[in-house]
Design a protein around this ligand. Structure first.
Ligand SMILES: Nc1nc2c(ncn2[C@@H]2O[C@H](COP(=O)(O)OP(=O)(O)OP(=O)(O)O)[C@@H](O)[C@H]2O)c(=O)[nH]1
Ligand SMILES: [Zn+2]
Length: 200
């Protein structure tokens, strides 16, 4: 059963967060995380981001996707407005970093982010956000504003016991290397994105 295994306050470049690790066992080296801003008011709808792991974007600042910038933007947003980031160990939309790098190698040959997963015999998106809902329940969160552009995440909340008060867009400006990735997300998964055209 998923439970809170450990928690501590961690100061960061953006301010302090309560960082929590959730797993069904205390020897899990990749537990899901929740980071909570100090000013979070649990009596109001809580600002929440479900964020899937992307080591290439968040740690190594890859230009292929916008994950690192989204994580930073979400941390800054909740530092000001209160809220929680639930950091899910779903690297590569849950195909893992080995398969994601294989998919990137196929993308070098011209495939897009969806075609590459399918070519590997893997789903385009293998994520289940049920675990994020479970974590919200463990934190006694009842109503949220969800920071996302992804309608699949919105639907997950709508179909859960957690009330969705609003969606807060979390759009990062496209640049030459991320534009086609973002366009595929918009066209295939229905991400609510605009301004993908180059500046003229
Ligand atoms: N398989 C695969 N995964 C990718 C690729 N690029 C990024 N990802 C993964 O896509 C996921 C993006 O996660 P999120 O930012 O939480 O979700 P999202 O679907 O983009 O929706 P938003 O909430 O709008 O950001 C991460 O797990 C990344 O590792 C890719 O080309 N192939
Ligand atoms: Zn990424």
């Amino acid at each position: 059963m998923l439970k809170l295994q450990a928690e501590a306050n961690v100061p960061t470049e953006y301010g302090q967060y309560r960082m929590m690790a959730f797993s069904d066992n205390d020897q899990d080296w990749m537990p899901h995380m929740a980071i909570i801003a100090e000013n979070t008011d649990f009596s109001l709808p809580v600002n929440v981001r479900f964020h899937s792991e992307c080591i290439t974007g968040e740690v190594f600042h890859s230009r292929k996707c916008e994950c690192g910038q989204q994580l930073d933007a979400a941390m800054q947003y909740i530092q000001i407005n209160g809220g929680i980031i639930i950091y899910l160990r779903q690297e590569g939309r849950n195909i893992g970093i080995i398969n994601k790098l294989k998919a990137y190698a196929l993308q070098e040959k011209g495939m897009d982010t969806v075609q590459a997963n399918l070519e590997l015999g893997l789903p385009a998106d293998d994520r289940d956000f049920g675990v994020a809902i479970e974590i919200l329940k463990l934190l006694s969160v009842k109503e949220i504003n969800l920071l996302t552009n992804n309608p699949i995440k919105v639907r997950f909340v709508e179909e859960s016991d957690i009330r969705l008060n609003s969606r807060i867009p979390l759009q990062i400006l496209a640049h030459d290397m991320s534009r086609s990735y973002l366009k595929t997300k918009k066209d295939f998964f229905g991400h609510l994105l605009d301004d993908l055209e180059p500046d003229i």
